[in-house]
Design a protein around this ligand. Structure first.
Ligand code: ATP
Ligand code: MG
Length: 566
């Protein structure tokens, strides 16, 4: 490809709203352009990288026995009503109406469509197992589309669905996808970690793992054991129990203390000169329209997903000030467990406290010497908090948990019969009896991968593409196209590489060398061949974008090295 013809402009600066590095670099290097919030055009360079990622995805999934199909983005609302998700999916589902006032949704995922398809096409165990996949555009009206391709409202996903006759079968399909995912990410140069993930209260009847690309700007937090292989999303991660803190000691009766204007744990710590771990935090949530209280230690964070799962609720969110005052009779900041009339979920770290300080359910007051079980009843105790850095691993003795950040690039999920049940996907077994199909679903954020790869592969000069997915393998840069020798040598190399089916971008622009090099660094092709003043002696400069190692080589040697590294 000649750069004079390439539909791409490099930008000196990225727009201010582009915060994360991958977003800035993909914009600046001319890989993507934004149309609206969370909606992007992939320019030719970006499209080429996507093609390479897609090729690797296809090779690995086909190799694992999956079959590609393509399902519609436009889906009848009826189907979503049947599965019960038309309402449950919430505002992320983009809904629209056709000219006959029939309702549709733009597919955020395809469990409904694929399950219906299998329900219609498969009726015997002889046709199972089968795994189907597609690479297709998804629509989700994300609350906060951000970070470029990392969280789009229209994005490219590879979604796969497996159909089996038994749990053992599903387990095999799941493991085949898990292994394929590991190979896909590795081949794309993405360092990922498979972590145990939350399966929701009713989401999956089996296991689920997320594949996290490790990156500091990642939205997800992962707990990783320093000793064994345990790794889990913080939504799910648990840590080992700490010992009881002086239980059984005599604690005087609880006592009200005046704490004017002291609403937060920080203020309490200051006011009472006690560590945050001596406080009990009472959080009031609205869960499916009902108020519940969650009690966690002052130095702990409540985990809404664990609360949601414990309640089997569809939605859980912190209650507003009015609701809090309504139930506590006090201003926000003074809620406490004593005398509360709504259900109380007690985190087990609180249940193990000998005593502590809590809100008094009276404005400007707290209570000290509060003893769990004595001063309020503990009916529902469990793990309702996030693990913290340095806590003991649940799976091994010496291990400590470390918290790291990641970008979820893939997700494998054992669904069991969740969808086959509601959509009636049954088959006849060997005895002629009707059985529900056992399902798994498997997603990869293909466009998100593009950004995740750039997060992991860049330096202060630009992107550094892994060879396997680079838009072109070689950036061929004659210093001056006006110089006849340079032009001839460059064209010879260009033609040779093309004959050898090596993707090459020829910078035939009439630009200063410095401009060409800066753009080349920004675009980040793995190999740069500079044709300069030594062309007259049959030599060119071979530059490795990754190491920035430069060597003057005879043209043939440079070509050999290109072939060897492709
Ligand atoms: P997240 O927690 O990041 O919102 P999710 O759990 O909603 O992800 P899935 O429904 O499992 O994601 O979708 C499968 C894959 O699609 C994810 O692993 C992710 O890589 C990708 N993905 C999900 N939402 C988006 C988005 N808004 N933009 C780009 N990729 C996405
Ligand atoms: Mg999501």
């Amino acid at each position: 490809m000649r750069q004079t013809q390439l539909f791409a402009n490099t930008l000196r600066a990225a727009p201010a709203e582009a915060e994360v590095m991958s977003h800035r670099l993909l914009l600046r290097a001319g890989f993507i352009r934004q149309l609206a919030a969370g909606i992007y055009t992939y320019l030719p360079l970006g499209r080429r990288v996507l093609h390479h990622i897609e090729r690797i995805v296809r090779e690995e999934l086909d190799g694992a026995g999956a079959q590609e199909l393509l399902m519609p983005a436009l889906q009848p609302a009826e189907l979503w009503r049947e599965s019960g998700r038309y309402e449950a999916y919430g505002p992320e589902l983009i809904r629209l109406t056709d000219r006959h006032q029939r309702e549709f949704a733009l597919g955020p995922t395809h469990e409904e469509v694929v399950t219906m398809l299998v329900q219609q096409e498969i009726n015997s165990y002889r046709r199972l197992p089968v795994t189907l996949y597609q690479i297709q555009t998804k629509f989700r009206d994300e609350r906060r589309p951000r970070s470029g391709l990392l969280r789009g409202r229209e994005f490219l996903m590879k979604d796969a669905y497996s159909f089996d006759t038994s749990w053992e079968g599903l387990d095999r399909s799941y493991r085949a996808m898990y292994a394929a995912y590991q190979r896909i990410f590795e081949r794309c140069g993405l360092a990922t970690r498979a972590v145990e993930a939350d399966a929701g209260a009713v989401g999956g009847q089996g296991g689920t793992h997320e594949f996290m690309a490790l990156a500091d700007i990642g939205e997800d937090i992962i707990a990783v054991c320093s000793h064994c292989g345990y790794a889990a999303n913080i939504e799910k991660a648990t840590s080992r129990e700490e010992c009881n803190e002086g239980m059984g000691h005599h604690v005087p009766a609880y006592e009200k203390i005046h704490t004017p204007g002291v609403r937060t744990i920080e203020q309490l710590t200051q006011h009472l000169q006690l560590e945050p771990s001596h406080f009990m935090k009472t959080l009031i949530y609205m869960a499916d329209g009902n108020l519940v209280a969650v009690l966690v230690r002052g130095d702990h964070e409540a985990n809404e997903l664990k609360v949601k799962n414990a309640l089997g609720a569809d939605t859980v969110a912190l209650a507003d000030a009015e609701a809090i005052t309504g139930v506590t009779g006090a201003a926000v900041g003074f809620a406490g467990p004593i005398g509360l009339t709504i259900p109380l979920l007690v985190d087990d770290a609180v249940a193990r406290m000998a005593c502590g300080v809590a809100g008094a359910n009276e404005s400007e007051y707290h209570v000290k010497h509060v003893v769990p079980g004595r001063d309020f009843t503990i009916e529902r105790v469990g793990d309702f908090r996030n693990v913290k850095e340095g806590e003991a691993c649940t799976r091994c003795e010496p291990g400590k948990l470390r918290l790291v950040r990641g970008i979820e690039v893939g997700h494998v999920f054992k669904l069991g019969t969740k969808y086959s049940e509601v959509l009636g996907a049954r088959y006849l077994d060997a005895n002629g009896r009707e059985q529900l199909v056992m399902m798994g679903c498997y997603g990869i954020g293909v466009s998100r991968m593009l950004s995740a790869i750039v997060e992991q592969h860049h330096d202060d000069r630009g992107i550094v593409w892994p060879t396997s997915i680079a838009p072109y393998s070689v950036h061929l840069i004659p210093i001056s196209m006006k110089d006849e020798t340079q032009r001839n040598v460059a064209m010879t190399i260009y033609d040779t590489l093309r004959r050898r089916k090596i993707d090459v971008l020829l910078d035939d622009r009439d630009e200063r060398a410095g401009v060409k090099f800066n753009d080349s660094d920004l675009i980040g092709l793995p190999i740069r061949i500079v044709v300069g003043k030594d062309a007259i002696h049959g030599k060119v400069e071979y530059v490795d974008r990754y190491t920035n190692d430069k060597q003057l080589l005879a043209i043939d040697d440079a070509l050999l090295r290109v072939s060897a590294s492709n």
